[in-house]
Design a protein around this ligand. Structure first.
Ligand SMILES: Nc1ncnc2c1ncn2[C@@H]1O[C@H](COP(=O)(O)OP(=O)(O)OP(=O)(O)O)[C@@H](O)[C@H]1O
Length: 286
């Protein structure tokens, strides 16, 4: 893999990874990936199991993968690996409590000892973990452990964090908390790569990159990913359905009402928008 000249964006050009099958043949794990990420951007990466999401996410985080071919530049993300939050928080927790975990992360990043205590308290406050800072992992929920993992991952000022299905083992409430923390980091200017199969986590305006068979087959706005382009309403599967993902219930309802001519784009997302849309449908004489 060749390192290209410096650009502020993180860029992958024509990147592929082959994997060897048991019978000696090779099959692409990633193929001909062209991808760019700007500083402070949020991108969702979606796709079914085995489509290549984690392989792409690991590359974006700057983690080493054998056999990578192509050209890349990590731009604003810098030369070292970026924090990578995995599905299972326990796989990346080293210390005994959230406070120790954050302290450990700061030590590891080389922060001078006299700054560590103050910064640890700031991070506990920022992440909403102050009240449980000294409680050992076995008395915390999976959601609380995942929040601590994110807190430690973001402990040094970081320009990029990769979340690889970080909420897939969590209940709805914990999912909202972890995603809320990612949003706070994003507002602070951190670029976020958010790998997910839970499409209800995406907003219609967010960027979605969808993978299928190791290739990027869609790169655009969430609304077009879920519903297709405005001209295509009612014609064939949407990009989301093409990659084999199921539309969230409310999106499927919106799409169907659109196909019946009862709803117009942009389709409702929030409860208030749905209340208004349904009131309009009710008001139309049958
Ligand atoms: N370390 C590895 N060595 C060889 N092949 C791998 C390795 N990791 C993943 N693969 C293969 O690469 C392909 C893409 O896997 P990857 O984990 O990137 O997909 P994914 O979309 O993240 O899947 P999942 O949602 O199941 O985690 C799969 O066919 C997988 O079997």
């Amino acid at each position: 893999m060749r390192q290209s000249t410096y650009d502020e964006r993180l860029i992958l050009k024509d990147v592929s990874i082959d994997r060897l099958l048991d019978n000696g043949d090779s099959s692409p794990r990633l193929q001909q990936i062209d991808f760019e990420l700007s500083p402070g951007e949020w991108v969702n990466i979606a796709g079914v199991n085995g489509s290549g999401k984690s392989s792409l996410a690991r590359l974006l985080a700057g983690l080493t993968i054998e056999g990578v071919q192509g050209t890349w530049s990590r731009g604003f993300a810098g030369n070292g690996p970026s924090p990578y939050v995995m599905q299972q928080p326990d796989a990346q927790l080293f210390a005994e409590t959230p406070r120790e975990e954050i302290r450990f992360a700061l030590e590891w990043r080389g922060m001078p000892p006299h700054e560590i205590m103050l910064r640890t308290e700031e991070i506990l406050t920022f992440t909403g973990l102050s009240a449980i800072g000294d409680i050992p992992w076995n008395r915390l929920s999976g959601g609380q452990r995942q929040l601590a993992a994110v807190a430690a991952a973001s402990a040094g000022e970081t320009s990029l964090i990769v979340f690889d299905e970080a909420t897939s083992m969590l209940d709805e409430q914990s999912m909202v908390l972890v995603q809320g923390l990612a949003k706070k980091l994003h507002q602070r200017g951190t670029a976020i790569v958010w790998v997910t199969q839970r499409l209800q986590e995406m907003t219609s305006t967010a960027r979605v990159v969808a993978m299928l068979g190791g290739s990027i087959v869609f790169d655009g706005k969430g609304e077009e990913f879920l519903y297709g382009s405005e001209e295509q309403v009612g014609q064939g599967p949407t990009p989301c359905q093409t990659v084999g993902l199921r539309l969230p219930y409310l999106s499927a309802l919106a799409l169907e009402l659109g196909r019946l001519g009862k709803l117009k784009r942009p389709y409702p997302e929030t409860k208030e928008e749905w209340d208004q849309a349904l009131a309009r449908i009710e008001a139309v004489p049958r």
